[in-house]
Write a protein that binds this ligand. Structure first.
Ligand code: IVH
Length: 672
């Protein structure tokens, strides 16, 4: 059913406007107005409309942020004006010296400076044409950089277009350049390394490396996954500053909805700059991103022009660097810590040392690969660094001890004695016993989570008390909790205790998908839980599945399948399933509405993107008509339904001579 073109166009533009507004509220203003889910719904709707009307897709649509397919290589691009670096000052005296030079060369008595954070990231030039983001280029060697446009488009604090009204207000033309820094927030960095630790990826030494690695990749979906942010600090029109003061540029950038640090300060003379540096030295720990110093710039553009440049850096700016938070110390021992997910993490126990005012006596070594990469052994002298609130990190071995001892992973879990597993294609060693005391707290919290068994009221404080009082040792124990025992806990009135028991009781009715997710099997998220629940009739059925059977489930690859078989190979986990069953937690596959037996004994495989429905919905339709759906093509497959960008399954179908259907043909078969 075709709707009027103009109406659709308006609807699409309207959605884009809304999304732009909410992106600004969330990523720039840090003050969201709607929930993530509501944002996702708007985005989903726009994607749907654009998929149905590809002729209406524009390069500045919020949907382009999603991250496309990898490209072949980077194009290089010559900067209109070189991206220079800055001279450094390592002391307040050096800053005063800089001020003296500026005053002498400019013949002024006192200079107005802008002091702002020195963001520890990757500098980038963003070029806007007609108000829309046209190109993003890395600094490169300062003269020529790499064109990373698709990647920067995934960074949500970078506007894809600037509102013409804002440009008009700031008296700016539609073609301009914004320079600034791409950074990775500390939290995203810690989370990235945690993931890398689990999956055996490379461990990043600091957020700057992780940010740079996230921008200089050919696959923009990697950039999108790194949760990078952009801070602007420089505005150019035809290679020059459009204002007579830098502070005006910073103000204009703000009006144009760029994120500029809210913390820049106009300083009257160098002594105010020193105060600024001083005040941020400690406060910077609390910032959500890393700064490694303060950049000091002359505010007046005419004075900047008088002072000019050396070959390498402007004479009107300098970077004051905070003292490095690095120190050398001795590794006294290396022991393992069993984390909340059961991963064994080697930890270096250090001779206590002061690093930037904090005593450091431990440092994570992440995993075996990292230990090998560093070549560290017990007894060695190492260089440790503390970057913001990020956990201290061993940078390198500076001296090998004569009596050094290599570290070896234990074969048994130091907490519960279960056998340690190592999945073949990861570097992580894991204790997979779901009831291991090291994991108890997190397992319980995960199990009770909103997206898992959704036991409202079972928060951290209560879980801690339940564990301390010995009332629960595993998730199944929740189902035998008694009112009198709960009421005896701190801050527990009879009513709230009864509410919790009711919540626990209700949770027995949860779906199989939720229970599978709630078990906390590595790599089994909500979505995988749903896919598995659509394939197996009960947890027992899932537990009995072989690696091959698991891999038949859509989106389940060897790694996920191995994690599942590993989980159920642990006797303690099989015991737990029995205990849950006995307690009344044994959901089975949801009854589906059977509409016909048209596809009885027919098996389907879907590959590529479908236009009118998701692959899951298509699979559900097949099942409602008595058919089966598999993740891989074999001679037994009856039909392969092919959407856009099909994968290797399409080639396999052709080579095996399995009938191939388009989505339209699939609909016809069904009389949809
Ligand atoms: S201004 C010509 N401001 O530090 C002036 N740079 O060490 C160019 N940086 O290449 C830069 N925060 O990548 C400026 N607030 C800030 C900055 C900043 C970080 C980076 C930038 C530059 C490097 C020089």
């Amino acid at each position: 059913m075709a709707r009027a073109g103009a109406a659709i166009k308006n609807e699409i533009e309207d959605l884009r406007e809304k999304l732009r507004h909410h992106e600004y509220r969330y990523y720039v203003a840090d003050d969201p107005e709607i929930s993530d889910a509501a944002y996702d719904r708007l985005m989903g709707k726009l994607k749907e409309l654009e998929a149905a009307h590809p002729e209406l897709i524009t390069a500045d649509s919020p949907t382009v942020r999603v991250g496309g397919a990898p490209r072949e290589g980077f194009q290089t691009y010559q900067h209109a004006r070189p991206m220079l670096s800055l001279d450094n000052a390592f002391s307040y005296d050096a800053l005063r010296e800089f001020d003296r030079r500026v005053r002498e060369s400019s013949g002024r008595e006192k200079i107005e400076y802008i002091a702002e954070h020195k963001f520890d990231g990757l500098s980038i030039s963003l070029q806007y044409q007609g108000g829309a983001l046209d190109r993003g280029v890395t600094r490169g060697d300062g003269r020529t950089g790499e064109d990373v446009t698709p990647n920067v488009k995934t960074i949500r604090s970078i506007p894809l277009r600037v509102d013409p009204a804002a440009l008009k207000k700031a008296k700016l033309p539609p073609n301009f350049e914004v320079r600034g820094e791409i950074v990775m927030p500390k939290k995203a960095f810690a989370e990235l390394n945690r993931q890398q630790e689990l999956n055996g990826g490379k461990i990043f030494a600091n957020p700057r490396n992780a940010a740079a690695g996230g921008v200089r990749v050919l696959d923009s979906s990697i950039t999108a996954s790194r949760r990078l942010e952009f801070f602007s600090y420089y505005l150019l029109v035809e290679g020059r500053s459009p204002f007579t003061k830098l502070s005006e540029s910073l103000q204009a950038l703000k009006e144009m909805r760029f994120r500029a640090s809210a913390d820049w300060k106009l300083c009257d003379g160098i002594e105010e700059v020193l105060k600024y540096c001083d005040s941020w030295e400690d406060k910077r720990e609390k910032l959500l991103y890393e700064i490694d110093g303060v950049v000091v710039k002359v505010n007046s553009i005419p004075i900047q022009n008088e002072l000019g440049y050396t070959a390498k850096a402007p004479r009107w700016a300098i970077a004051y660097k905070y003292p490095a938070r690095q120190e050398t110390t001795v590794v006294k021992d290396i022991q393992v810590n069993v984390g909340r997910t059961g991963t064994l993490t080697p930890v270096a126990f250090l001779e206590p040392v002061q690093v930037g005012g904090v005593t450091v006596s431990r440092s994570t070594l992440h995993n075996m690969d990292e230990i090998e990469r560093l070549g560290v052994q017990i007894g060695d002298t190492v260089l440790v660094e503390r970057a913001g609130e990020v956990i201290p990190h061993v940078l390198k071995v500076v001296k090998e001890a004569a009596d050094r001892r290599p570290f070896r992973m234990p074969e048994k879990c130091p907490e519960c004695g279960s056998t340690i597993h190592k999945a073949p294609d990861t570097v992580a060693y894991r204790c997979v016993n779901a009831a291991c005391p090291a994991k108890r707290r997190e397992s319980l919290l995960h199990f009770a989570g909103r997206h898992a068994m959704n036991i409202d009221g079972l928060g951290e404080k209560i879980v801690d008390q339940l564990i301390e009082q010995g009332l629960v040792r595993d998730v199944a124990d929740l189902y035998s909790l008694k009112l009198d025992k709960l009421v005896a806990l701190e801050r527990f009135a009879e009513k709230s205790a009864q509410n919790l028991l009711d919540e626990i009781e209700t949770s027995k009715k949860n779906s199989l998908a939720r229970l599978i997710y709630a078990l906390g099997i590595s790599f089994v998220g909500e979505r995988t839980g749903e896919l598995l629940a659509g394939h197996f009739s009960s947890v027992e059925d899932l537990a009995a599945a072989s690696q091959e059977q698991l891999e038949e489930v859509a989106e389940v690859g060897p790694k996920v399948a191995a994690a599942i078989t590993e989980f159920f190979s642990e006797p303690a986990n099989r015991q737990l399933i029995k205990k849950l069953h006995k307690a009344g937690v044994h959901p089975t596959m949801e009854k589906r509405q059977i509409k016909s037996d048209k596809f009885a004994a027919k098996s389907f495989v879907f590959t590529g993107g479908l236009a009118n429905r998701s692959r899951e919905d298509a699979a559900e339709i097949v099942k409602q008509h008595g058919g089966t759906v598999s993740g891989s093509v074999s001679k037994k497959t009856n039909y392969v339904v092919v959407g856009t960008d099909p994968g290797s399954k399409y080639d396999k179908a052709k080579s095996l001579g399995v009938p191939v259907l388009t989505e339209k043909e699939f609909e016809k078969l069904l009389n949809l």
